[in-house]
Structure formats: structure tokens, C-alpha cells
Design a protein around this ligand. Sequence first.
Ligand SMILES: C[S@@+](CC[C@H](N)C(=O)[O-])C[C@H]1O[C@@H](n2cnc3c(N)ncnc32)[C@H](O)[C@@H]1O
Length: 231
Amino acid sequence: MDPWITIDSTTVPGSDTELTLSQRNDDFAIRISGVPGDLMNSRMHHSEEALAELACSRLSTIENARILVGGLGMGFTLAAVLKTVPESAEVIVAELVPAVVEWNQGVLGQCAGRPIEDGRTRVQLGDVVDLLKHQAEKFDAILLDIDNGPEAMTSSDNEWLYSTGGLKKIYEKLRPEGIVAIWSARADQIFTTRLKKAGFIVELRTVRARPGKGSRHTIFLGQRPWGASAR
Ligand SMILES: C[S@@+](CC[C@H](N)C(=O)[O-])C[C@H]1O[C@@H](n2cnc3c(N)ncnc32)[C@H](O)[C@@H]1O
């Protein structure tokens, strides 16, 4: 089998963590230094797409929907959002690592069909945590796939997002009936309870890494009830 070749590496802003892009024939992998396995692999993206489909299916007929995607990665989630929502939608993608955006503008972009070039996409370079704290406008869906689950991996600052305070902020930033969807490598009872405490109607879905096979991943779905006030 051909070996993986490192194409580029970069440092995650505000940390010593190194992110590497590697290629083997038509396959790509993004890896974090010192962490076993891949942060993202171009051969397995079924659950990343399911994240988008589960969160956005109700938006297929809603005009001017606003969607926030946290973490560009290889763009599979973004591409699946764009397939689901109408032409009038605006999809904001927050990506912490500038090199990830550059990789998607180059060779990596071919994996998901170059979704950052879609007219509905707005790439916002920076931390999704800052965007949530400082953006005034609300969203119909907030999709997070920035770690391996509700615990910080890429950046220690991500920890806040999964805390009660972070979840309450997400709740505040959703329009009525808006949905937060969080990708995770596994289910987590404590986190499920925390989502409920923040006010969400919660559902967990299990999705395979590839259609009908591969690891089982969890998508946490939390819906802000119609007419509910912020907690
Ligand atoms: C697992 S990948 C996302 C995979 C993506 N769902 C896909 O379909 O390819 C995680 C991405 O989140 C980014 N990221 C991590 N923490 C972030 C943060 N706080 N704000 C924005 N992006 C972040 C990483 O740099 C990486 O590009």
C-alpha cells in the first residue's frame, strides 16, 4: 500500500497544537499532533453529512434561513447543508485554522465539491465560540463538528461550548424551533442531561461512518421549542 505523504502542516491559533494534511492517492486525512487517529478522513463522511441532513431537513422550504457550521474540515457537512437548503439561505462557516481554508481553496476542495465557492457560503475565519458570543443575528440551525464529541480536542477554548454556559448561549442564538446539532464519536449521558437543562428538546441519533457500515457515531440534536424564552 502507498504511504501517506504530508502535504502541509500548521499550528492551531492560540496553541501549540499542530494540524497536518496528508494524502495517499485520492484520500486525504487531517490529523492532530499527539492524538491517535484522524480528525477527519475523506473516505468516511457519512455521519458528517447526516449531521447536516438531520439539522437542516426542516429548512428545505424556509426562505432566508441562516445556518452556522462550526468547523470546515473537508467541507462534507457544508456541502450537505447546501444540498438541503434553498437558494435564499445563508450558510456561515466558522473555521479556526486559516490553513484549513487554504487547503479547501486548493487540492482538498475537490473532496466535497468545493462548497466554499457556493454563493450561499460565507467563510468566517476565527473561533466559532467568538462568533456565538459576538454575533447579534440568530440562526435556524447551528451545526458543530469541531472536536471528537462534547469535549475539547482541537482547542482547549472549545470546552466552554459544551458547558452549561455555552449551551445556554447556543440556545439564545437560535430562532424559535431552531436546532443545534453536535457530532460526537459516542453517546454521552451527562451531556444529554446538560442539553435538556439548557432548555432543548433532545434527541440522539446513531449514524454509521459509512453507509451501512463502519463505526457508530452519535449526533446530538437539540431543538429550541417554539415561543420559549432564553433560560
Ligand atoms: C472534524 S473537522 C470538521 C469536519 C467537517 N464536518 C467535514 O465535513 O469535513 C473539525 C474542524 O473544526 C475546526 N475547529 C476546531 N475548533 C474550532 C473552533 N473553535 N472554531 C472554528 N473551527 C474549529 C478544525 O480546525 C477542523 O477544521
